[in-house]
Write a protein that binds this ligand. Sequence first.
Ligand code: SF4
Ligand code: SF4
Ligand code: SF4
Length: 422
Amino acid sequence: MRDADLKALTGLCAKCGTCRTVCTLYPERKAEIAVARGKIALIDAAMSGEDNDADAVQEALTDCLLCGRCERACPNQVLVEEIVMKGRADLAEEVGIPAWKRVLFGKVMTSPAATGIARKAAAAGQRLLPGKIPTASGLHYRFPDGLGGEGRTVPKLPAKGFLESLGKGEAATGEVMLFVGCVFDHVFPEVGRASYETVKASGRSVAVFRDAACCGLPAMVSGDRRSATECAEANVRRLRAAEPGAIVFPCGSCLLMFKRNVFSLIPKGDPLYDDAVFVANHAVDYASFLLSSGVLDRLPEPSPVEKVGEIGYHDPCHLSGTLGKGPEAREVLSRAVGPAFAEMAGADLCCAYGGTFNMRDYSTSARIGENKVTAAVRGGTKVISTACSGCALQMRDMAARTDPSVRVVHIAELVHQALFRK
Ligand code: SF4
Ligand code: SF4
Ligand code: SF4
């Protein structure tokens, strides 16, 4: 590893150890290498040639949830997420990435058509899975232990994605652009639909972003810089050309990609840089858009059937932590469901999905996630709402494992229910 940018970033670390006190993984690993300080020391050793074991550095950098808790607590503003992602990309060039990731990121997620085909194939395949668990959020299939790890469940995939369900010419042009993201299109199309209907209720014309490649975040966090750049460039070009007045993101991770991460793929000096700035300046989280649009003023009084304090909110690390958008989601919930919303126990704890971390080390991811759901349920929460696709996947799996009566929803579904209540 001999990356000058990386050296400048790691050089800011004062080795104070504050990051260890907040790291989501440290209580599990109890090892310095799990925390930012340890990873930075390892990178520095590799860059100086003192200890150049690329496999060991790759292992250490892969063992991170990218939750950003260390970065937010760091007194020196060390950009830990940037360091981890940059380090992963450098090492991917040196030692490569697994073939399945190369195909998934390079061939499937860069192509909207291929993503749709992959969903259909997966939906057909999952009918063969033996275990079925009915949950408050819908049916889940249980993976055989050897194939997906220790009781993993996956939501039943829909026959049709959200974009496919739109009529010909429906939501083709409009002053507001809705970027639903691949999970809310292909896995939870009801979230894509609820987001669309509630944004449309603002009275402004809404276009749904079609031909969308994945935002590129999964490729980026896996060190596949080429596929991530391909996704980012294609999306930035198309979003800029549409000239929207606002680009609304129901998924906090997609939003982070366009607000922040995109600039390490399309940096200053890149021909697309100004377009990326345009997109970042127009990108807005779902809750902030609703609050500014006036649509919440038209909500009827919250339904009396909802029990006081039974709806909680899980803070997505990227959305509430990195982008600071926790208060907006809470304001939307308070107005949509009234006293049924209450602060959830452990709301700001990471759910430990961590993108590909969940596939790499499912048992650790599940242990942390189960603790989170268990604490919420003990505190009286029966419905966990959130605003990020990765969190929604993880919390539904964790609810299926621990308490299938817990419902996991996106805040847009609760707003939709309140707005269109008969
Ligand atoms: S908190 Fe920041 S400065 Fe302190 S050891 Fe961690 S990364 Fe380095
Ligand atoms: S990003 Fe999260 S898991 Fe990774 S080192 Fe920082 S606190 Fe730990
Ligand atoms: S962050 Fe996740 S849901 Fe959003 S586009 Fe990227 S992969 Fe899809």
